[in-house]
Design a protein around this ligand. Sequence first.
Ligand SMILES: NC(=O)c1ccc[n+]([C@@H]2O[C@H](COP(=O)([O-])OP(=O)(O)OC[C@H]3O[C@@H](n4cnc5c(N)ncnc54)[C@H](O)[C@@H]3O)[C@@H](O)[C@H]2O)c1
Length: 332
Amino acid sequence: MRHLVTGGAGFVGSHLVAALLARGDEVEVLDDLSGFGHADRVAADRPTAGSRVHPLCAWTHGSVLDPRAVERVVARVDRVWHLAAVVGVPRVLADPRRAVRVNLEGTEVVLDACVAARVPLVFTSSSEVYGDRAGELLREDDPVSPGATTSMRGSYGASKALAEWSLAAVRRTTGLPILVARLFNTVGPGQSAGHGMVLPRFVEQARRGRPLTVYGDGAQRRCFADVRDVVEHLVRLADLDGAYGGTFNLGSRVESTILGLAELVRDLAGTGAEIAHVPWAEAFPGEERDVRGRLPDLSRLAAAVGSVPTTRLETTIAAMLSEGARAAAPAP
Ligand SMILES: NC(=O)c1ccc[n+]([C@@H]2O[C@H](COP(=O)([O-])OP(=O)(O)OC[C@H]3O[C@@H](n4cnc5c(N)ncnc54)[C@H](O)[C@@H]3O)[C@@H](O)[C@H]2O)c1
């Protein structure tokens, strides 16, 4: 089987590419390297545009906003995984319009190419579509509420939600097999601290013996799933014909507070790093407050594939800490 992974040089994408290659499938990657990803994640050698980077992997440096580039690669594959997106609160706040364009228009371009070539599509949406919904068990059929338009953060969740509507409309009118996975907080090895995501930031701070900066009081709650677990479940879902046409929450069911997460990273790192609280408004001027919580109902995922991600957070953090230590070690 031959796959296209857009955003394949990114954090989740590179794990997905590795999983597909490991089972002997062929993979095309389309990525413009505008994120924190790098092409040599999927290969030993840094590839040039169009060069082959792994015996079973072809690389195209290009944008999902370029219909011709997208059509060319989509025409060569049996399944498309559309992951390319502007991701991470700092990046979205830096250029909300770009986030909307890439996440919505980019999905339209990929969708049009899939319709034209009749290629099944897997789309990674986000728990951000639910907005700030602490204390609720979030089900796929719940209304979306990405937030007020005065908060730029909501642009990410809104663009993903609108993309989902477009996919649903095409699914209905053309019957194209389309699968939507709403990823909740996904963490693990290979995640850049530059994304602004909380766990890789804490890991980096702890490793350097710097204070771990908790925005606000740290009582915000999140569910963190290991990327390797998420990718395994995503691949298993996509291998089920019956999953197409569906929308699935995908993440962990175990909640942690952000303060509890900081304490766990500090203890596992053993570097005695302090925990420092930074007011939310100082960290993200103009944004009223952080999302207080989000808990996925994973029963639809469990019914489809028979399990949900369960990797312990300690295991994931230990892998991230040892990866950081390896990267920092002097060359022999
Ligand atoms: N990591 C998470 O916690 C999480 C949670 C929910 C949803 N998701 C979704 O999973 C997907 C992957 O996220 P990630 O964490 O790996 O982010 P990432 O930033 O590491 O990966 C995104 C990739 O998309 C690429 N990209 C951006 N704009 C592009 C464009 N115009 N054309 C081609 N490539 C482009 C980037 O260069 C990057 O390599 C995204 O769709 C994201 O919305 C991730």
